[in-house]
Design a binder for this molecule. Structure first.
Ligand code: FAD
Ligand code: PHB
Length: 390
């Protein structure tokens, strides 16, 4: 076994791991990132697209915002639509904006900065495993190219997503996971066609939710609800567009431009929160600790907020006095924020999706949507939650 030592081992090179790595790199805190997949695979994953203001600030502070400032779009609100009606949620109500900039680009910006700054990332590692994180001497083992490695460290950051190894390594009596799975998912398409609208729209349709989003003035991202158990193999771009157009309100259907799919994917809609987010010298961040249905556009923003908060704790610890105050409050502070985002994502999902065949559910949704359209207070609450609670 080949051995080495560093201060922090980050497991996972998604947005949480890469942002934490970028902050540590700038701060001169020694660390290494271990990633299961190849760099190309990580870059090829098309996911979120809406950034809250604290996320944009974090990317600026990490020194990776140059392309974002140039290429992102400003989102000043969105539409909620049902039947032939709609209400515009204006972010001006809370004096905020959101930013449209794809997760793929966030990942690329972070990877490029890491490479330029000399950060060490090992891609395509197998069997990464955290050890002894309940002691003062944690370490991580992994395999690469058929060789075995051991890295001793002060701290382990579990940034390895929902299916990662860090959360699974915690003894079951030390962790509690709260989960809820909606009985449906989202089918997504990414295509180089002009978006139907420059504003993102959430549409409650009798046959199920659909959503119009975008990545640029020439690239669209569209989603619609499918039942659980749906198989992506049954879908191609042609079938996607036909069903999408069928569900669109007539005012938008006429504007739909279709084209070949750059990507199609299926996402289950689930909420899951594991508590606590710290186990001795191992910390969980991002999807490793919690996932939400994408309806509230929160997952990426939560991952970035965790990574930033964890960095603040590590920075304080290494500042000289080994002060662990912020590390000690990491889990409680983060969970306070996480539960509110989980609640909003769950609520938005319940408001906009076909929940069952019972027409009572839809009548409740319509009553709530009508109320929202008549109440500036309700619209303000939605804007406040969507733009991110400070
Ligand atoms: P991840 O991005 O999952 O990164 C974790 C990394 O760890 C991955 O690179 C993974 O390969 C690596 N890894 C896993 N196991 C190991 C291991 N054993 N060893 C080493 N490395 C490991 N959010 C939104 O806000 N809006 C959306 O529209 C949206 N759509 C989504 C669609 C899909 C299909 C998925 C899966 C998620 C979506 N999300 C969305 C959520 C958002 O993308 C995530 O919240 C975000 O990626 C979380 O970042 P992360 O760094 O915590 O985890
Ligand atoms: C996206 O653009 O991919 C997107 C936007 C808003 C969401 C989810 C996804 O709530």
């Amino acid at each position: 076994m080949e051995t080495s030592r560093t201060q922090v081992v980050i497991i996972g090179a998604g947005p949480a791991g890469l942002l934490l790595g970028q902050f540590l790199l700038k701060q001169g805190i020694d660390h290494v990132v271990l990633e299961l997949r190849s760099a190309d695979y990580v870059l090829g994953r098309v996911r979120a697209g809406v950034l809250e203001e604290p996320t944009v600030r974090a990317l600026r502070d990490a020194g990776v915002s140059e392309r974002m400032e140039r290429e992102s779009l400003t989102m000043r609100g969105f539409d909620l639509m049902w039947n032939d009606k709609h209400v515009h949620i204006d972010f001006g109500l809370v004096n905020k904006v959101a930013t449209v900039y794809g997760q793929t680009k966030v990942t690329r910006d972070l990877m490029e900065a890491r490479l330029a700054g000399g950060g060490v990332t090992h891609y395509e590692v197998n069997n990464a495993q955290p050890h002894d994180f309940d002691t003062a001497n944690p370490w991580v083992s992994y395999e690469k190219d058929g060789r075995q490695f051991r890295v001793d460290c002060d701290f382990i950051a579990g940034c390895d997503g929902h299916h990662g190894i860090t959360r699974q390594s915690v003894p079951s009596e030390q962790i509690r996971t709260f989960s809820y799975a909606f009985p449906f998912g989202w089918l997504a398409i990414l295509a180089d066609v002009p978006p139907i609208s420059e504003e993102v729209a959430w549409i409650n349709h009798t046959d199920g939710f659909l959503m119009c989003s975008l990545r640029s003035k020439t690239r669209s991202r569209y989603y619609f609800q499918v039942p659980e158990g749906e198989d992506i193999k049954n879908w191609n771009a042609g079938r996607f567009w036909a069903e999408y157009k069928r569900r669109l309100p007539p005012s938008l259907a006429g504007k739909l431009v279709t084209g070949p799919a750059l990507e199609m994917s299926l996402t289950p809609l689930r909420s899951s929160v594991s508590t606590p987010m710290r186990f001795g010298r191992m910390f969980l961040a991002g999807d490793a600790a919690h996932i939400v249905p994408p309806t509230g556009a929160k997952g990426l923003n939560m991952a970035i907020a965790d990574a930033r908060r964890l960095f603040e704790g590590l920075k304080q610890f290494y500042a000289g006095g080994r002060d662990a105050t912020l590390l000690d409050s990491y889990s409680d502070d983060s969970l306070g924020r996480v539960w509110k985002a989980v609640r909003f994502s769950w609520w938005m999902t319940n408001l906009s999706h076909k929940l069952s065949d019972n027409p009572f559910n839809r009548e409740m949704q319509i009553a709530e949507l009508e109320y929202i359209s008549q109440s500036v207070a309700a619209q303000t609450t939605i804007a406040e939650n969507f733009c991110g609670l400070d």
